[in-house]
Design a protein around this ligand. Structure first.
Ligand SMILES: [Zn+2]
Length: 146
């Protein structure tokens, strides 16, 4: 409500009071309930605001209950979302844990150099030096044979 430029503060105050009384009378509620609900609507999200106004609660208590139910449903939706994403990150579980370990890089390098330097690497499959299991001719033979 705005004060008209040709209106005195006295007139404005009277008009304000009249409007307030009218508002309270038409709502059929007590003053404190009107103010309380107004405050609730003030802090409510646009979604909840619409809900409260739409339901036109008879009392502030009812308005609070609407707000609470609204918050509950939002919470429920959030939990649903959270649990559905919980099933998702199986991909991240499959990621090698080595990347999270900063020490994992250097030991593998150290063993690699020590292995190639001191003794030849042995094939995992046939335990022969000179090639790795990836290039193992015996394994290849076995694979093609079966
Ligand atoms: Zn081999």
């Amino acid at each position: 409500m705005n004060k008209a430029s040709d209106e005195s503060f006295f007139q404005f105050g009277e008009r304000l009071q009249k409007t307030l009384h009218l508002w309270i009378e038409s709502s059929g509620r007590s003053l404190d309930e009107c103010i309380l609900q107004e405050q609730l609507v003030e802090i409510a999200s646009p979604e909840l605001k619409v809900k409260i106004i739409d339901r036109n609660p008879a009392s502030f208590k009812e308005a609070v209950q609407i707000a609470e139910a609204h918050a509950d449903s939002r919470r429920y939706l959030r939990e649903e979302k959270a649990s559905s994403t919980k099933n998702g990150p199986s991909v991240s579980a499959m990621a090698p844990p080595a990347t999270s370990n900063p020490d994992s890089d250097s030991p593998t390098k150290a063993t690699e150099t020590s292995v190639t330097g001191a003794q030849p690497r042995l094939c995992y499959y046939c335990h022969e030096p000179g090639h790795l299991v990836k290039a193992c001719p015996k394994k290849k033979q076995a694979n093609t044979g079966s």
